[in-house]
Design a binder for this molecule. Structure first.
Ligand SMILES: [Cu+2]
Length: 347
């Protein structure tokens, strides 16, 4: 059975009223949207029918918000990521000569496919698969028992009080050391992000001292140098970050959340994905790129951004909003729009 969005909204009228207010706190709106999505799935085949593989809404694994993980759950996740950064690469050296670790293998695949997975019709599904493959490697190759956590973008930009960014032993490390630079260019060089208080190597937390081996290929941050050994060559260095409040405060807003889930950019997959990925000519970065430029440094590179392990918490959040959109638009949930060349170039 498939039902319309208006039928879903009629079913859950009370919480709809709260979500419909763009004045509402974005964190509360996201919780309301989550309830709406679950309610909608309960009304469709996706929620009530067990698939041949035994998966249903009742036994699906659940990804969780980093801030709600216990300290021991955070530590288990961090240790699994560190494990991937120590295991040897399985990539064919002819494909990715610079890959040294299992973690690098994921970066290599992303670099290699960058121009056919961004600004394309497969952006959302490809990154869903990629995040799932990484989550599976954490489990199967590093003994991780949990699920891929996500970074809730609507927690604000006070990084020092954020359990994700505070630089403590149970964070994903905090800022880079301060290196004077002139911010970053994002959105195909249309959008300037002012520099924060970092820019250099991670200064604290569990990933301090991490070596990354691939890229940069096309760094957005001022002062970063393209790898002299090519896109997939060996270029060992520290991981750089420049935490920036500007993208958080500008684009992770309640109105942008409303717009892509129930508002004027939610009516088709084309509208959703294009608003989500930004309208760069309008200097609108969109929530996807805003996450990358919140991290800054190595994450400012469209190709090699997975070097920063927060990439996967960011993309788990991207995937969460895609899931919400799909659940609220059951007749359009499997729609695809676009091609597999970046911004359809070449057509
Ligand atoms: Cu990507």
């Amino acid at each position: 059975m498939q039902i319309s969005l208006s039928a879903i909204l009629a079913l859950v009228g009370a919480s709809t009223l709260a979500v419909a207010s763009t004045e509402q706190n974005a964190t509360d709106s996201l919780l309301d949207l989550n309830d709406l999505a679950i309610e909608a799935l309960n009304q469709t085949d996706a929620g009530t029918t067990k698939r041949s593989n035994g998966c249903s809404l009742f036994n699906a694994s659940v990804r969780r918000d980093w801030k709600y993980l216990s300290s021991s759950d955070r530590t288990a996740y961090i240790n699994a990521v560190l494990c991937l950064t120590k295991k040897p690469s399985k990539a064919d050296p002819a494909f990715a000569p610079g890959a040294r670790t299992r973690y690098d293998d994921f970066v290599a695949v992303h670099i290699n496919q960058t121009l056919s997975i961004h600004g394309t019709g497969n952006f959302l599904t490809w990154h869903r698969y990629f995040t799932w493959a990484y989550e599976t490697a954490l489990k199967n190759e590093c003994g991780y028992k949990g699920t891929q956590p996500y970074w809730n973008w609507f927690d604000g930009s006070d990084f020092k009080s954020s359990p994700l960014f505070d630089g403590s032993a149970t964070s994903m490390s905090g800022d880079g050391t301060y290196v004077a630079h002139n911010g970053a260019l994002s959105g195909l060089n249309n959008i300037f992000i002012p520099s924060g208080n970092g820019g250099g190597c991670l200064k604290d937390g569990p990933f301090k001292g991490l070596t990354v081996n691939l890229g940069p290929v096309s760094p957005g941050m001022d002062g970063m140098v393209v790898s002299p050994t090519g896109a997939l060559g060996y270029n060992p260095r520290c991981l750089r970050r420049d935490l920036s409040s500007y993208p958080v405060n500008t684009w992770f807003t309640g109105s942008n959340l409303y717009n892509v889930t129930l508002g004027s950019s939610s009516g088709s997959i084309a509208l959703f994905q294009n608003e989500f990925q930004g309208r760069f000519a309008d200097e609108f970065l969109g929530m996807h790129a805003a996450g990358h430029f919140t991290m800054g440094g190595d994450a400012s590179d469209l190709f090699s951004s997975p070097n920063d392990p927060i990439f996967f918490l960011h993309h788990a959040m991207v995937d969460r909003l895609y899931w919400v959109w799909q659940a609220l638009h059951p007749n359009k949930a499997k729609d695809i729009s676009g091609t597999i060349t970046i911004l359809n170039t070449p057509p």
